[in-house]
Design a protein around this ligand. Structure first.
Ligand code: NI
Length: 174
């Protein structure tokens, strides 16, 4: 299979603030998009990527939180939904491929149960914990136009946004 790397949108971008639409049918084009998103994510490198980050306003995300050890464990989630969350929370220093080299502590439920449609059109349900739980929540947020910096204070958010505006100006000049 010929996989292709896709350009990742950098915050601020209006497409990163939009609500992505539910996917009605799982076409070959959609599977190709998912494969290309995985390629893009692994190459970055990152542990998750949502379709709006590559400019597609579809409810699709990919993730793989296996670090250097162990075989890859790629997930393709279509129309993912959180159906249960723990009262217990955990804090991670989150980053985002659309907000390069900026990090911030975000508190989220430590465990979530997620239901989604996989790339073969089958419904899946799984409980995620720890980094996986944080990652899947972060990616589902992207489908609702929400970024991890939206959980930070307004000052910090503004500071990061200014840095990203500067980064985009520099990249546009190169
Ligand atoms: Ni992100």
């Amino acid at each position: 299979m010929n996989r292709m790397k896709l350009p990742i949108l950098i915050h601020p971008d209006p497409r990163l603030k939009k609500h992505a639409a539910p996917i009605a049918d799982i076409s070959d084009d959609l599977r190709t998009l998912a494969d290309n998103m995985l390629e893009t994510m692994y190459d970055a490198p990152g542990i998750g990527l949502a379709a709006p980050q590559v400019g597609m306003l579809d409810r699709l995300l990919v993730m793989d939180c296996i670090k250097d050890d162990g075989p890859p464990r790629p997930y393709v989630m279509i129309n993912p939904e959180i159906i249960a969350k723990s009262d217990e929370t955990s804090v991670y220093d989150e980053g985002c491929l659309s907000i390069p080299e900026q990090y911030g502590e975000v508190t989220r439920p430590a465990e979530v149960e997620v239901r989604w449609i996989d790339r073969d059109g089958k419904e899946q349900t799984e409980v995620f914990a720890n980094l996986w739980a944080t990652c899947v929540q972060h990616e589902i947020d992207h489908l609702d136009g929400k970024l991890f910096i939206d959980y930070l204070g307004p000052m910090r958010r503004q500071l990061i946004t200014r840095k990203m505006q500067k980064l985009k100006r520099e990249r546009a000049r190169d």
